[in-house]
Design a protein. Structure first.
Length: 227
């Protein structure tokens, strides 16, 4: 089967979180059963807070805003307009590949930020995601949170493009109190939307992710899967 890409919706046609989660779960079952190819879902969400399994009570919104509890790793975060979200539903060749897969997602984002905008982002030891570290406080520009069940992945990454940072001030994002969040737009000084960056992100995902897939899948050339 081929590695496939599906674009579920971008502003103004943003996607409800519950709807996207249902699509992920159904697709996970189909990929596990070899009824669908490993597939990357790309989208922009309606505004929502989601809490991973390690979320503590003190991490949650200070004003009591509702939170969707989910089965991914990590702590609480926010998704919404102006943020590019990617959910790769992949059948990994080996469960032991998870660490390398996470590193690949981080490296893809780092590479695109550098090539497209000249932004020098990086990883931070002991912290997931992608960071800007050239100021007095580190600034998180992309978050990663996964679930792997029977070697098939769910959830994925969220890259801050042109979204407001105000929602992050209402929580302790990812449980990290000694750092800030940022967006591509804030770093480059001009608006960069998810639609502006989805093509280079998709191209890099298509080039890098096939090496993690089960050998039972027939991986197509990137030219054929970027629709």
């Amino acid at each position: 089967m081929d590695l496939a890409f599906r674009r579920l919706g971008f502003h103004p046609d943003v996607v409800d979180y519950a709807e996207a989660l249902d699509i992920q779960r159904r697709l996970h079952a189909e990929v596990l059963a070899d009824e669908s190819p490993s597939t990357v879902l790309l989208l922009e969400h309606e505004d929502v807070y989601t809490a991973g399994r390690r979320t503590e009570p003190e991490d949650r919104p200070r004003d009591g805003t509702p939170v969707v509890d989910v089965d991914r790793g990590g702590k609480i975060t926010w998704h919404g307009r102006g943020q590019l979200v990617g959910y790769p539903i992949l059948k990994l060749a080996e469960r032991a590949m998870v660490k390398g897969y996470v590193a690949a997602l981080e490296e893809i984002i780092i590479r695109v930020l550098d090539q497209e905008f000249g932004l020098r982002s990086t990883t931070v030891e002991g912290r997931s995601g992608v960071w800007m570290t050239d100021g007095p406080r580190d600034r998180k520009i992309a978050a990663i949170g996964l679930r792997v069940h029977r070697s098939v992945t769910m959830h994925g990454f969220a890259l801050n493009c042109s979204n407001s940072l105000a929602p992050f001030e209402n929580i302790i994002p990812c449980g990290i109190a000694d750092a800030d969040t940022t967006t591509i737009s804030a770093e480059v000084g001009t608006e960069v939307t998810p639609a502006d960056i989805v093509d280079p992100i998709a191209a890099q995902l298509a080039a890098e992710l096939p090496r993690f897939l089960s050998v039972t899948e027939n991986i197509a050339a990137a030219e054929g899967v970027l629709s």
